[in-house]
Ligand binder design. Structure first.
Ligand code: UTP
Ligand code: MG
Length: 385
């Protein structure tokens, strides 16, 4: 699992390129809004980014007041007449619309520009050819940024957190439970929240609940955004390390066991409380937005997709428990985690070649090879890292 993490996590260069893509958009935005800036959020900066993840970026007008303030302090009181728009949403749509057009017409290397302005969170999607990034540009959404900060903190608390998330994300991708196109499947963000919830439910818990992080917050950590309390501690030293010593191998099996048997019909996932709560409405999968508590972050997931997830989790738990590893090793077949990274339903040993063909990604194929070659010794070294 640590090998997977090392192979897939963003490299320093890749993170720098993501910031570079943001600065390109910033230069365009500044043609219209001189004090604006563009910053990355989401998995590019929350430590859960995987090579190939999109670049979520937001336009920030935080500093736009600067000039106006300076002018007022001068010898003349100048009054600016501001353009008035009936709503903030309309302003957001218009801003994104002009910047989208600008990127489309003049953005070097920017292709497939799509304006998705009627979404709950309006955005402009485009591909940046020189870096190969798929980019999503939105206007500053303070709550989404707080979610990124929260995940960043969780990712720093214990080395098992990111390794487990990366493994579950790879597993979900291999089995078609997630997809880079929008649809009725579980998003990586929802999946990451499910892993966090599972880690809160361990005994003893591996990470604290959001309410516990809020209790540790001091004055400077206080954030009330749109009436929602988004406060949580930022000083990691205030958070007591967990006493939980479960291995990643155990946690992986337990994750599948837990969600394979979770009562999704009745219960929802609430990271603030760190416990299962009755579902407030009938969506198949209900994961409370950690801050906007009236929103379900997995509202898009339909019943068949949820059932597929549950079936795959059960089958994976079963494979990890029941597999006759000795036989698999003698037959030189993948076992344990490696066998979970191959599409299931083709596990007959005589179909080994087909199984290898079925692996979508070249990287997973070479990973499996390296897992096969590496003996227990080298795996231990990786865990030591
Ligand atoms: P993404 O869907 O791009 O997720 O949303 P991600 O975490 O970056 O994961 P990948 O790697 O692209 O698949 C970007 C960010 O938007 C916020 C979260 O902060 C998320 O990290 N977000 C997304 C929400 O706050 N609520 C949502 O329902 C979805
Ligand atoms: Mg993203």
């Amino acid at each position: 699992m640590y090998i997977l993490l090392n192979e897939y996590q963003l490299t320093e260069e890749n993170i720098k390129l993501r910031f570079l893509a943001c600065s390109l958009v910033r230069d365009f935005a500044r043609a219209y809004f001189p004090d604006s800036t563009v910053k990355p959020f989401g998995s590019s900066v929350n430590t859960f980014g995987k090579l190939g993840s999109d670049v979520d970026m937001f336009l920030d007008f935080h500093d736009t007041g600067k000039h106006a303030t300076k002018m007022k302090k001068g010898p003349f009181e100048m009054e600016y007449q501001m353009k008035r728009l009936p709503s903030e949403r309309l302003a957001t749509q218009r801003i994104l619309s002009v910047i989208g057009d600008c990127l489309d017409n003049f953005g070097p290397g920017c292709v497939n520009v799509q304006k998705i302005l009627n979404a709950r969170c309006p955005l402009v999607k485009f591909a940046h050819q020189p870096t190969g990034f798929q980019c999503d540009l939105s206007v500053s959404n303070s709550i989404a940024i707080r979610s990124s900060e929260l995940l960043y903190i969780y990712g720093c608390l214990d080395s098992r957190v990111r390794a487990l998330v990366f493994t579950i994300r790879c597993w979900a991708r291999v089995h078609g439970l997630t997809n880079s196109a929008p649809g009725t499947w579980i998003t990586n963000f929802s999946l990451t929240m499910m892993v966090m919830f599972f880690l809160q439910r361990r005994s003893p818990p591996i990470i604290p609940t959001l309410d516990q992080l809020k209790e540790l917050a001091d004055e400077k950590d206080k954030h009330i955004i749109g009436g929602y309390d988004c406060s949580f501690v930022s000083d990691l030293r205030k958070i007591k390390p967990t006493k939980n010593t479960e291995t990643l191998e155990v946690l992986l099996g337990e994750f599948f066991e837990y969600f394979g048997n979770f009562d999704f019909r009745k219960n929802s996932i609430n990271l603030r409380k760190g416990k299962e709560v009755n579902k407030p409405e009938s969506s198949p999968l209900y994961i409370w937005n950690p801050f906007e508590q009236d929103l379900n972050i997995s509202k898009n997931v339909n019943q068949p997709q949820l059932e597929k997830f549950v079936a795959m989790a059960r089958e994976s738990a079963w494979i990890l428990q029941k597999e006759d590893k000795t036989q698999q090793i003698i037959n030189k077949e993948p076992w344990g985690l490696a066998s979970l990274l191959i599409p299931l339903g083709k596990s007959n040993s005589s179909k080994m070649k087909n199984r290898m063909k079925g692996i979508g990604s070249e990287t997973i194929r070479s990973l499996l090879d390296s897992l096969k070659l590496n003996n227990a010794n080298s795996q231990q070294k990786a865990v030591g890292k």
